[in-house]
Write a protein that binds this ligand. Sequence first.
Ligand SMILES: O=C(CO)[C@H](O)[C@H](O)COP(=O)(O)O
Length: 230
Amino acid sequence: MSAADDSKRAVGFAAVDRYVRSGMCVGLGTGTTAHWAIERAGERVAAGDALTAVATSHATEALCRERGIPLVPFAGREIDVAIDGADEVAGDWSLTKGGGGALFREKAVALAARTFVVIVTPEKLVKRLGAFRTPVEVVPFAVEYVERAIASAFGAQVVRRGGDPPFLTDNGNAILDCAFGAIGDPAALDGELRGIHGVVATGLFSNDLTDAVLVAEPDGVRELTRRSPR
Ligand SMILES: O=C(CO)[C@H](O)[C@H](O)COP(=O)(O)O
């Protein structure tokens, strides 16, 4: 296993070990870091813990089935804890997510969770969001209009994800990866983007969603303490 995989494994395992108890319903994220939280949840089920899970993507759902983790229907039900990776974590704990295209379901699960735990490797920590392009999920019927609207309203460079065929999310939608530069107020930008007809969701997660951030450091998993008010 590579050193990068070792770190992701450590932080994924730590999140489950610190935040998940038998009897809980767990929201399981998508991506190479969340993968390890799923593996650990599978080990816990095999060891006898009564866990159920909500999956944030088809890929996560398939891995849960392979690992014998019982899945429950979601539809926005309240869940105990959600564990997921991120593409960027800002100093105020706002996030960019959606590098894997699962942003809509990931945000729905994070919103419904009593506790939302973010697991990352250290290079994901940034002062302000924006170096990683912001993913915006868009109904394909309106995608060209939304591309033009984002470019003209924000002066952003907008790239449609995928080629021919284009990338489609698990919801059948397109993703626009948008370069806004450093983002001063992620919640405000999220709201403005969602005001454009055709936008379903953005990968900007406001900082009031995040309850804990675990970082895989070379000498162990560090849990950040929140400096800014929620
Ligand atoms: O938001 C996501 C998927 O939509 C992922 O959590 C994010 O892209 C981080 O992935 P990884 O842990 O593989 O770096």
